[in-house]
Ligand binder design. Sequence first.
Ligand code: ADP
Length: 228
Amino acid sequence: MSDVTLRLKSLTKTYLKGTPGEVQVLRGVDLELNAGEAVAMVAPSGAGKSTLLHIAGLLDMPDDGQVEIGGQDVSGKGDRTRTALRRQDIGFVYQFHHLLPEFTALENITLPQLANGTAEKTAQDRAMSLLDRVGVAARASHRPAALSGGEQQRVAFCRALANTPKVLLADEPTGNLDPETSDQVFDALMTLVRDEGLSALIATHNMDLAARMDRMVRLEGGVLKPVE
Ligand code: ADP
């Protein structure tokens, strides 16, 4: 069996195709993410990071090219299969936490598991274990508004990993935080990535954080290039 968890092959994407405002964002993106590997993606703003992550996370479709998850080509799958794959195999983290404000930290991590058919007690145990590992177990019963920015983002990481995905995709996960908090929150994220044996593609502007991952790629001119 291949140990490539996520493979992107010749992905292309153009917005406003055929109009004067046409933007060719991706021009043939290739990437192989191996099991247990954390890859940093650096790119100037507007280079197409979010577009790439959304396509890799099955939230958007490429014009051409393929996305393979666990060796399975998922490019041509229907909406229902893509939604199921997204729920089971992919965790997504954004710059902003996007937690549900009316639910507690624990509930925010439990709900996606219940939606996936996990029993309540098992889901709660998993949620507490995740919160514990990122150092916010004591805040489990608080709603997002009562948490600091760093705590909110740690809870968002736990929610992304609630259903034990194979792949974590993160779009500037510490971009909203001050430098010191950013460092600590990034450590918490990497602890989870290593602990869970995840493959992670993490977009960041922070070169110090990028350097702490296994390798770095740069998105430029619509293609991904290795950074030595
Ligand atoms: P990044 O995340 O690297 O900042 P994005 O993927 O958000 O870049 O955007 C890449 C380029 O595509 C930008 O020039 C942006 O304006 C353009 N773009 C993104 N989404 C759309 C859209 N839905 N329609 C038209 N242009 C878009």
